[in-house]
Design a protein around this ligand. Structure first.
Ligand SMILES: [Zn+2]
Length: 118
């Protein structure tokens, strides 16, 4: 998948998140980088993921990510722009499945999926 297509996917994800009011400021994407990096997902501990968000970088396991996946990962970037410390704390102290930021990212995808239907 070309960079341009990944950035188009990022823009669509931003449009979806912009309809939500989880945080006072909309997500800023100008400095967000998105890459396909299958090697990253061979690292033990990361094998179960299809995407992973760092503060300003989204890594994807494979090309042609679904819009839902990109929206999910961009939601983590958005969370980091507002709640970086609390997020890190929760990552260390909560299980993945019950992590409130994980649940919120899933909610963001669910809540905006209908708006994507043609
Ligand atoms: Zn997640």
């Amino acid at each position: 998948m070309a960079d341009a297509e990944l950035h188009a996917a990022l823009a669509r994800a931003q449009t979806r998140l912009d309809t939500l009011d989880f945080y006072p400021e909309p997500v800023h994407v100008d400095r967000v980088r998105i890459h396909v990096a299958p090697w990253f997902f061979r690292i033990p501990g990361f094998r179960r993921y299809r995407g992973y968000a760092f503060w300003r970088t989204i890594l994807l396991k494979g090309p042609n990510p679904s819009d839902d996946l990109v929206t999910h990962e961009l939601c983590h970037v958005w969370q980091g722009q507002h709640r970086a410390l609390h997020m890190s704390w929760k990552q260390l102290t909560t299980r993945y499945r019950s992590n409130p930021y994980e649940l919120e990212a899933r909610r963001a995808v669910e809540a905006t999926r209908a708006a994507q239907a043609p």
